[in-house]
Design a protein around this ligand. Sequence first.
Ligand code: HEM
Length: 462
Amino acid sequence: MPTPRHRLPVLGDLLSVDPAKPVQKEMRMAAELGPIFERKIVGQRLVVVSGVDLVTEVNDESTWAKSLGQPIRKLRAIAEDGLFTAFNSEPNWAKAHNILAPGFSQAALRGYHGSMLRALDGLVSAWDAAAVTGDPVDVSRDMNRLTLDVIGLAGFGYDFASFTKSTGAEPAERPGTEDPFVTAMSRALAYINRTSNDLPFVRKLFGRKAAAQHKADIALMHSVVDDVIAERGGHPGGHDDLLDLMLGTVDPASGESLDPVNIRNQVLTFLVAGNETTAGTLGFALYYLAKHPNIAAAARAEIDAVAPGDGPLSFEQVGKLRYLRRVVDETLRLWPAAPGYFRKVRADTVLGGRYPMPRGSWVFVLLPQLHRDPVWGNDTESFDPDRFLPDQVRKRPRDAYRPFGTGPRSCIGRQFALHEAVLTLAELLRRYEFTADPAYTLDIQEAVTLKPRGFTLLVRSR
Ligand code: HEM
């Protein structure tokens, strides 16, 4: 199997790790080493897979399953056996999945539409003000605020009111995210990202302060979640949201309900999973729309045709914005906000007919590189929503595009995220013209998930 060129004794390929931008480094390595390569980091074997044929193989549930790779294991310090971080064998996964699945049905989504619009009011007020003053808006900060408000309101009836509560004062170490929950969450994720490949003794010697901060960040997140649950006061009913489902329903398979600790883990899971990924996706989409005025104009024309007038978009109208949906799909192709997932083999196998994989060994599927596989053509860097026209989609293997993962452990929030993203972009595009700083080049921040860093827009009311 291809490996990096300069392997050291004991440390192996440790020097090939970029702790700040591990995914972007792996993409460069994949471009050089091919659709599968192996790294050894202090004895630990890491196989990175990004070719569509190999990914099709590892997505086969009869031989492979989800694995909790190192960064996801570290997330267990935050969300323990919540849906995202549960081991396949933990009984709480199936129980929570069964209880929560109806919370992501079409009917449930329709119910969240109003909460999404309510959260959008905060963003629109902030951008209206920026349109008057001419101040640039910090896109990643505002998308994080929005998506936190959306999941808080839609999932738990809790108003983070990020836009009205914000003070404008931002911590120097993480500019752009001043809500205490978002600050703690972003810092905790960055810590996990940074320390995933650390040697334990390095962390012990140099990382005490950061480890203490990490502990404090997790404690803050837990206390916010306790507030969210306490606000419901243990009296579920009448809210039609995720919290009501967890407090008030039983798993039809086991006849059991979720225990309070697990409910806390699930709320945390949704606050993290539902916030970072969608915020990053919206940030990248706004970047591409600002850089491609012709695509923004086509999206605006569609919105004006589907929803003439000023009233908020209805649930059904969002479903009719097929071009804008393709903009989101193409955004998730180039920069899938969750940049990969881990797969573990259930029985000894030979991957790609060449590489022996003993039972229990695992691989990392590197999504941004899979999404640049030759099946996407020879101009994979260009932003082209038409790649997602139905006849184009039909020509490609299904596993060429997996921004929401695969199998039973794929993203439960997929439709929620897509509806939120299309609705948000539509409400912004119909209200504002926006321009990016022409000198800005895309700088991608990695903290388990991906998002643009330092990206601002000047907005003008239409
Ligand atoms: C799982 C991506 C939005 C909740 C996943 C996985 C991916 C993913 C790749 C699979 C991870 C793995 O196999 O290890 C995304 C992207 C999103 C997004 C790109 C936005 C564009 C959301 C939202 C929610 C959510 C909005 C909740 C409201 C979850 C949960 C899981 C998950 C709970 C774990 C499912 C399970 O194992 O049962 N997501 N996600 N995600 N996602 Fe998302």
